[in-house]
Write a protein that binds this ligand. Sequence first.
Ligand code: HEM
Length: 230
Amino acid sequence: MDKPSFLFLLILAGVAIIFAYEAFWPVFIPSAGFMVPPATGFVDALALSAFFILCVSLIIGPVAVLWPKAGLSLIGPRRAVGLAAFVFSLLHAFLAIGLLYGFNVGILFGDFSLMAGAAALLVLLALTLTSSDWATHKLGAKNWKRMQYFNYLAFVLSLAHFIGNGQGIPNLHGIPKNIHVVALLLLLLGLLTVLLQVVGFLERHQRRTNEPKSAAAPALPDEKKEHEHA
Ligand code: HEM
């Protein structure tokens, strides 16, 4: 199996595990005890899948820098992975607003972590709208690359929203009784994503300072399409 196909297999398997786990994970309601969640389970499964896919899209860049043999062929499909993260986020937000708040959008403005989620969604929307071949051509390589830095903003906002709204994970309110193993693992994946981004950035910085000024590195084959991997 080639590496891009393996990446998609990994993402689909991850999403399937998240949905299956969510279907069984009980919610603790003080007056009623542990209950299997109804439709809100979909809100959470879509949310966790969105966060998972967002992490994968951000891990591809550093993997391509640190282990080019394994990672370079994943730069091409990275754009599709980013789009999938937006689709899952959009469905999550739609179901959350509809099922939990009866489509009362005003609720978003009263809660910091919900606002962080809404801001993350807007940033992902902007990245999606500028990801078409036409838009990347119109923007030019430099502006397109600048736009890609907003991926980090989307990630930080999503992480803040996850920590603020996530269920079954330790947060400012303490350690919950019923730990959500998958959510906890995804939180750790979020930390791994940050770590890999930092290590990848330092590695690129070191390579740039070591490389003689006249010999600009030739573009990688897939970079021509994607401009450059972050
Ligand atoms: C307008 C945008 C958004 C709204 C209204 C929203 C709303 C919510 C709500 C209400 C929850 C709590 C769900 C519950 O109690 O069962 C939640 C959790 C969550 N959201 Fe969002 N969200 C938005 C955007 C996003 C985005 C862009 C992401 C990015 C990946 C995201 C990821 C998550 C995650 C990971 C959780 C935790 C799920 C869990 O622990 O089960 N959300 N969101």
